[in-house]
Design a protein around this ligand. Sequence first.
Ligand code: HPA
Length: 276
Amino acid sequence: MAYTYKDYKVNADIIKSHIGSFKPEVLMVLGSGLGFMADEIIDPVIVEYRQNYEYKGREPLGHAGRYVFGELAGKRVMAMQGRLHCYQGYTMEQVAFPVRLAKMLGAESMIITNAAGCVNADWHVGELMLIRDHIRLFGFGPLNGDNLDEFGVRFPDMSEVYSNKYAQIAKEAAKKQGITLREGTYMFFPGPQYETPAEIRAARVLGADAVGMSTVPESTVAAHCGMKTLGITLLTNMAAGVLKQKLSGEEVIAASAAAAPRFSELIRGFLANMDE
Ligand code: HPA
């Protein structure tokens, strides 16, 4: 059930009725543990996802589930407090729905964050990784179905999904703040089960440095409609089979909480300098 351009327009108009003439510059997709950043937005205007008809009756699990519009580090932002994942039963197109709304509301940039398992055995839990590219091999992507020409072309180029310029700015911000920032490739797995050790070995052979269950739908749609993306991953655990221990959701949550202050500092540093 693909969306039409009108579906996006109707929902963007619903949001406009709440935010008036406010035009966000940046969409911020906040992963697990980073939702608190939306509470730091100045002069916030809050729009619950459920006010957009697409979400009616399908609340994101365990998350606040709202957009927060306002100012952060001198930029006009549209933050998502709570995000959707394919493993909740949403299609990639549904997961990426807010990206096109943001574009319609005026945003030309996206900051997307996530938690992921670390495949690169030279790196450590708790470190941050700049996403320089991604791998998504299986299943239909978010652009499956009729192309919406209003947003972009049928066969969009994917050679710079994650902006090189934004990567440089984030690296400079990290350096100034003394934050270790790795650079690598994020590989999408649908979840909700973690990967098997054999899947992680395969991912490593393919060139992945981190594996996770999000981000790729939104980044693909952002690239399609010409938005510039900064992607940052928090490596919350070594991926399956790297260490002789089982993976647990608690481990992931604890690592997110521990890294949250550093993560948010980096994002603020980026926001303050992104127009360089
Ligand atoms: N695999 C997939 N998604 C994840 C992981 C992982 O190891 N850690 C956090 N999100």
